[in-house]
Ligand binder design. Sequence first.
Ligand code: SF4
Length: 92
Amino acid sequence: LSIEERLGFNKFNVDDDEAHITINKEICRTCTEKPCLYACPALLYNLNEAGEMTFDYAGCLECGTCRVVCQKQGAIQWNYPRGTFGVQFRYG
Ligand code: SF4
């Protein structure tokens, strides 16, 4: 199976009341490289038509990559989801 096919088995129990990752768009605006756009394996970081950073925590794989590659202190507030919420890996 390909990586994409394996990821397709994952199940997400999204916490609609509390985002486990939030971004500070003001700080993101000052970042020229924006490595999160390229590093997130779930492609959750994007730019809208206005060039503003958008982020959707719902499909997060909880890998922590964005937290590691981000160069702007305070741009990403990162926590694991509350108990029972988040990704459930189904294949490996
Ligand atoms: Fe993407 Fe991983 Fe960050 Fe989740 S923890 S938003 S999957 S890079």
